[in-house]
Design a protein around this ligand. Structure first.
Ligand code: 5AD
Ligand code: FES
Length: 354
């Protein structure tokens, strides 16, 4: 197949013959990329109209028991200034987001065991009680199934847990031996089974990553069928073993967003902060490549400079109100509207557990 035939095939069927994924990614000419983005926008508009969903992200703790080699808040980074927010602080951020019109908050943190399941459930159910039409997304890492069930019963509807890499060899080069791909995948299938809308995803152009690894990611995603897929370029952090490694490109990230949109036409795919960090217009380009979600930062200004997974992160000098205004302006300028709804995966309904 040539480049255009592959994109046509993806557009029409949502998949490719196995041997065609690697050349699709490797060849990636400028013309083919533009053609892919046009097709991706067709799928995006069919399912979502020219609209994007906003998710306010509250980074409520940067304590972490994990030691991912790429991540600035890894436990071994003694230079990270650690903080956690109280329940009241988290609730006040959520209310501020509600006032901006956000109908999803994402509660994200490192794997901080000082928040017990009771505390997490209390925070989730308090948000739901105060703002009944607010959706709560959790992004707090690997837990056992019983904990995921409790959060769901407390009212959480979505869970973000990137798989990071579906290739066992690459996963092992990015993480210490105690963190296994097996457990990561177990978590994702538990979350699916419980009834969450599940978000998986991977970084692009990490050290050691090859095209075959990305193909494995696509095949894994095809099996898992996540409702949300978050991807972004790897960006080095100065206090990690990967300091000095090269950051990922805008081009590959945009191309992969386009590919994902054709493979998963109804998925919620953010134009991520990492993409906005490697390119000043990254988020706009991400939407124009097929993305449909943006995640403005809702964290209190005083902690923003501390939730640093990578160097150069944008929005650390702004406050929540500036970010929401900035995002709205950016979307308007590219001809997209912000959807005022919850932004669930099309057709998703919460099923009560028995
Ligand atoms: N560069 C880019 N993305 C990163 N993440 C963590 N560290 C980095 C980095 N150095 C991503 C991971 C994680 C998400 C919250 O942020 O994919 O799942
Ligand atoms: Fe935060 Fe633009 S989104 S400053």
């Amino acid at each position: 197949m040539d480049e255009k035939e592959r994109i046509d095939c993806l557009f029409e069927t949502g998949e490719l013959p196995l041997s065609e994924y690697a050349p699709l990614i490797d060849e990636r000419s400028k013309e083919a990329s533009e053609y892919l983005f046009e097709k991706a926008r067709i799928r995006q508009e069919e399912n979502f109209g020219k609209r994007v969903f906003l998710r306010g992200i509250i980074e409520f703790s940067n304590f972490c028991r994990c030691d991912c080699l790429y991540c600035g808040i890894r436990k071994s980074n003694a230079h990270a200034e650690r903080y956690h927010l109280t329940k009241d602080e988290i609730l006040s951020c959520a209310r501020q987001g509600y006032g901006f019109g956000f109908r999803t908050v994402v509660l994200q943190s490192g794997e901080d065991l000082s928040y017990t399941d009771e505390m997490i459930c209390d925070i989730v159910s308090s948000i739901r009680a105060q703002m009944p039409d607010m959706t709560v997304t959790l992004s707090i890492g690997e837990k056992d199934r019983a904990s995921y069930e409790r959060y769901f019963d407390a009212g959480a509807d979505r869970y973000l847990l990137r798989h990071e890499s579906a290739s066992p060899d690459l996963y092992a080069k990015l993480h210490p031996a105690a963190q296994t791909l097996e457990n990561r995948i177990r978590c994702l299938y538990d979350l699916k089974d419980i009834g969450y809308q599940v978000g998986a995803g991977m970084m692009l152009e990490t050290p050691y990553q090859k095209t075959e690894d990305l193909v494995e990611d696509l095949l894994f995603l095809r099996q898992l069928r996540p409702e949300m897929i978050g991807i972004g370029p790897f960006i080095p952090h100065k206090d990690t073993p990967f300091r000095g490694e090269k950051e990922g490109s805008t081009d590959l990230c945009l191309f992969m967003i386009g590919v994902l949109r054709l493979m998963f036409p109804k998925a919620l795919i953010p134009a991520t902060t990492a993409l906005g960090t490697v390119n000043p217009l990254g988020r706009e380009k991400g939407i124009l490549a097929g993305g449909n979600v943006i995640m403005p930062n809702l964290s209190p200004k005083r902690v923003r400079g501390k939730y640093l997974l990578y160097d150069g992160k944008i929005c650390t000098g702004e406050d929540a109100s500036q970010c929401q205004g900035c995002i709205r302006g950016r979307m308007k300028r590219i001809g997209y509207e912000v959807d005022p709804g919850r932004g669930d995966y099309p057709g998703w309904v919460r099923r009560e557990r028995t």
